[in-house]
Design a protein around this ligand. Structure first.
Ligand code: HEC
Ligand code: HEC
Ligand code: HEC
Length: 136
């Protein structure tokens, strides 16, 4: 009897643990969906304003799968090593910003609209608030 109580207590703890992790993970991805993502791995160094990707604006038009599976965008701000050659070649942003699905790559300033010096980040997200105090 005592033994089975201990087991069910452990099971309950395990359930709470899983719920906790899921809540945390989903809360973060939900924030990312609503946020703007600043991508500045190369732009500043090349004298361009950082690129801004409005996630929510895109998310209401396309399913996650279109970008994160079919087009291969990894779930990480700045984690895709995007550059203009790839975009002009039709990869990443260039899969749509080609003058057919969306306005073309000539509209530099529509993407390169970030404040100079803004590092790659999910802007105004939970992640950012957690990360910034460590001085990233
Ligand atoms: C559809 C969005 C989009 C448009 C339009 C766009 N870019 Fe970019 N560009 C990006 C993204 C995203 C990156 C990667 C940003 C980073 O990591 O710094 C990038 C990177 C760059 C870089 C640095 C890396 C490299 O390839 O040299 C330069 C320079 C650049 N763009 C110039 C331009 C110019 C000039 C135009 C207009 C002719 C332009 N971009 C139009 C999205 C765009
Ligand atoms: C139109 C394309 C597109 C769609 C649709 C899209 N995403 Fe994204 N997502 C991106 C891009 C681009 C990035 C940033 C990648 C980079 O910086 O290289 C990103 C980044 C992310 C990140 C990482 C943010 C971080 O913390 O670094 C998460 C999580 C994410 N997306 C979740 C989702 C979910 C969930 C959906 C669907 C509800 C979705 N995305 C739909 C393009 C898209
Ligand atoms: C799956 C297709 C798709 C991908 C991939 C995509 N876009 Fe877009 N994007 C669109 C469409 C469609 C629009 C709306 C075009 C219109 O209104 O004419 C748009 C609009 C935009 C806008 C304007 C938002 C506004 O408020 O008007 C920006 C900025 C932008 N995209 C940046 C990017 C950047 C940067 C990337 C790559 C990181 C990217 N997009 C990748 C389809 C895409």
């Amino acid at each position: 009897m005592k033994n089975s109580n201990t087991n069910s207590y452990d099971a309950l703890k395990a359930v709470f643990f899983v719920v906790f992790i899921l809540t945390f993970a989903l809360a973060n991805s939900a924030k990312a969906e609503y946020a703007d993502i600043v991508i500045n791995e190369y732009s500043d160094k090349a004298g361009m304003r950082p690129a801004v990707f409005p996630h929510w604006f895109h998310r209401i038009r396309f399913r996650c799968k279109v970008c994160h599976a079919d087009l291969g965008f990894k779930f990480q701000a700045g984690g895709n090593d995007i550059n203009m050659l790839k975009i002009i070649d039709g990869q990443y942003c260039g899969a749509c910003h080609n003058g057919e699905i969306a306005w073309s790559v000539e509209n530099c300033n529509l993407c390169h609209s970030g404040k100079p010096g803004t590092p790659t980040q999910v802007h105004d997200s939970t992640i950012q608030k957690l990360v910034s105090p460590t001085g990233k």
